[in-house]
Design a protein. Structure first.
Length: 62
């Protein structure tokens, strides 16, 4: 998967996704191999009008 340069991460609960995103952005180590991703864009999407719920589209690039 090192050839993957861009990842689009979609989450309905950003607080639950934080640990996944942090792991994707970690520098290379024995446990985490390959180039790290960086969050380059975050776009909230209101799919449920008149509620506090949002979908989050997060772009990560290497």
């Amino acid at each position: 998967m090192e050839t993957m340069r861009r990842l689009i991460f979609v989450s309905c609960e950003p607080n639950a996704a934080i640990s996944n995103i942090v792991n994707l952005c970690r520098p290379s180590s024995r446990k985490y191999t390959g180039d790290a991703f960086s969050v380059t864009r975050v776009q909230p999407v209101d799919m449920f009008p008149q509620t506090n719920h949002m979908e989050w589209i997060i772009q990560l690039d290497r």
